[in-house]
Design a protein around this ligand. Sequence first.
Ligand code: AMP
Length: 282
Amino acid sequence: MKTITTIAELTEAITTLKSTGKTIGFVPTMGALHQGHLSLIERCKNENDCCVVSIFVNPTQFNDRNDLLNYPRNFDKDAQLINAFCDIIFYPTAEEMYKKEETEIPFDFDFKGLDKVMEGKFRPNHFNGVVQIVSKLFKIVQADKAYFGEKDFQQVAIIKHMVQLLRIPVEVIACPIVREESGLALSSRNELLSVQERKIAANISRVLFESLNFVPQKSIVDLQSFVIEQINSISGLKVEYFEIVDGNNLQPITHWTNANNIVGCITVFCGKVRLIDNIRYK
Ligand code: AMP
């Protein structure tokens, strides 16, 4: 495994790989890696000749400066975890990735409304930053396949839309959510939870899984209320939103017959830590 920190050096390595006909798989991450990331990286290694992983805490996708400052970082531990599967770690600085002016104005992109709901509503310009960095990384890495986790359900939909709109020749592969034994979706942000909070946070997925039992008997509105009330009744948890949406266009639905692909997406504050999760209903 090789660590590369500059675009020039990565471009050179990619050019050499391409010239020898090697396939390239890519997993973009922000580090603080866990088994959820590793599931993507393992799959990437199995399906491609070369597995490239980027570790970059992207400043333009953080609307909250404290969230950016507090984001967990541990490069040495990350490198050790993925050593067996990753061929190249791309670990650039913010200065390497952005000219100053690029970080000052939100990246302009036509999201076709995908950014107006859920995360987009509560984290203004978050997806502008995501598309800005991922499109940049895609241009450099020139991967055949790129791997994303369904934990960030809205992100996957937006990346698929971006690839189509910008005609980037990469196959975007969505991978299932990896959970702790307690059901809690693995997340770098879980590192910020106390032992007690981690136990409390497991109730998010517990309630989501329980809600599966009420489909389709309960209406969408009633199921939404059920999930929100159950989670809010637990001391230490506060739901920011829970939306039941058409998984294709992310728009809220009103009846179970409205779509064939239905997903419930949730964001919950556990103390000060913002956690996201989702569940497929159909
Ligand atoms: P992040 O480092 O949080 O930007 O995540 C990098 C990639 O790992 C994204 O595509 C995430 O969706 C994915 N990921 C994060 N947590 C999980 C998880 N628990 N299961 C599967 N994929 C995940």
